[in-house]
Design a protein around this ligand. Structure first.
Ligand code: NAG
Ligand code: NAG
Length: 351
């Protein structure tokens, strides 16, 4: 266990990450796959597109702006004190005959020293990273934010989210930090079949205005550093408007596209067969939502645990996967998300 943790840390060092960097990272199973979005469309039952959601059982069509750690009483995530919710669009494959099928997800098998994370049946690997320089302040109760834009269909050169095409089994091609190398990470969907599946990384802003728990577009209260890449490789300062350094929240999802790699099933005109649930086959509308819900100082303790790389930084209480899998919610929007479908759930604008 210690050896594998060291090997993992050594790999990270080899990737040229800043010294003193720490990672709290853990898996979270899905709590639902459903057309709800309590951040962007609070109260709406049946939102325009589908999401996959992980985390606490306070998730619903709306989530009161309050201390979510107190209204949820369980979580699908490894650390028992994380009652937050995280959600992303999901991916569908469009076959040559025009039918859609949801692409399954697989856990991050690279985190072999973390049994919980390799046991989740899909879902998301969540990272909270402290760049190792200066104080990182954990989010406050009621905090929420959004990164990305479900309507975007064009490249923006910002690498706030990206895809990595695994060129072979066992994470072929996985040899650089996420969204750091435009030669291997693309902002849009990889153009051809990926033999080992496709990884998505979504990187939230790392600077906060210090005042607002949320803003009308769920983005203006946070910002990226003024210099350097828009990810945890950046040791750049926060802008004066957003002076408080917050943890680098990153979501990682591995899409098991391997069943859909037969070119004979791809559209005859050569177009991209993968669609985000937003109705987008460019991939640029990838986005991530976050509603903070950690108990007490658990997240702050993890960020203060310098040099730690694990699911238990700051002495987190880990739960067993069998306990996490008992954390369930009742579906509000009941519909077929997993069969072969004539159209994407919600029939989103296909522009
Ligand atoms: C979710 O919200 C609906 C109303 O939209 C409500 O009837 C239901 O009780 C809520 N579920 C939970 C678990 O709070
Ligand atoms: C479309 O093609 C897929 C994959 O070949 C197949 O499984 C599905 O049944 C087909 N759907 C229809 C409506 O023919």
């Amino acid at each position: 266990m210690i050896l594998s943790a060291l090997l993992f840390a050594a790999t990270i060092q080899a990737q040229g990450l800043p010294a003193g960097l720490n990672h709290l990272r853990f898996g979270c199973s899905q709590i639902t796959v459903e057309r709800l979005d309590p951040l962007v469309n609070p109260g709406l039952v049946g939102t325009p597109h589908m999401h996959q959601v992980v985390g606490g059982n306070a998730f619903n069509a709306s989530i009161p702006v309050t201390d979510v750690s107190a209204i949820a009483d369980c979580t699908t995530c490894g650390p028992a004190d994380d009652h937050s919710n995280y959600w992303t669009a999901n991916v569908y494959f469009k076959a040559r005959n025009g039918s859609y099928k949801r692409v399954p997800q697989i856990p991050n098998r690279l985190l072999f020293n973390d049994k919980f994370t390799t046991q989740i049946s899909g879902g998301i690997t969540v990272y909270y990273i402290s760049p190792g320089k200066g104080k990182v302040t954990a989010f406050k109760p009621g905090f929420r934010m959004l990164v990305g834009d479900p309507m975007r269909r064009e490249k923006k050169y910002k690498m706030q989210s990206c895809y990595r095409c695994y060129t072979g089994p066992n994470y072929g091609g996985d040899n650089a930090a996420p969204c750091s190398d435009a030669k291997i990470d693309t902002e849009g969907f990889p153009p051809g079949p990926c033999l080992g599946g496709i990884r998505s990384n979504i990187l939230y802003p790392t600077c906060w205005d210090g005042k607002n728990l949320d803003t009308p577009n769920h983005q203006d209260h946070v910002a990226y550093p003024t210099a350097g890449p828009s990810n945890f490789l950046s040791t750049g300062d926060c802008p004066a408007s957003h002076p408080v350094k917050i943890p680098q929240l990153m979501l990682e999802v591995v899409w098991d596209t391997t069943k859909f790699n037969n070119k004979a099933d791809w559209p005859a005109d050569g177009s991209q067969p993968l669609y985000l649930s937003t109705g987008d086959n460019t991939g640029y509308s990838q986005h991530g939502d976050y509603v903070f819900g950690w108990k007490g100082d658990a997240l702050q303790r993890a960020m203060d645990d310098k040099g730690c790389f694990s699911a238990t930084c700051g002495n987190q209480k880990s739960q067993d996967i069998s306990v996490a899998n008992k954390c369930v919610i009742k579906k509000t929007v009941v519909e077929d998300a997993d069969g072969w479908l004539d159209k994407l759930p919600g029939n989103p604008n296909m522009g």
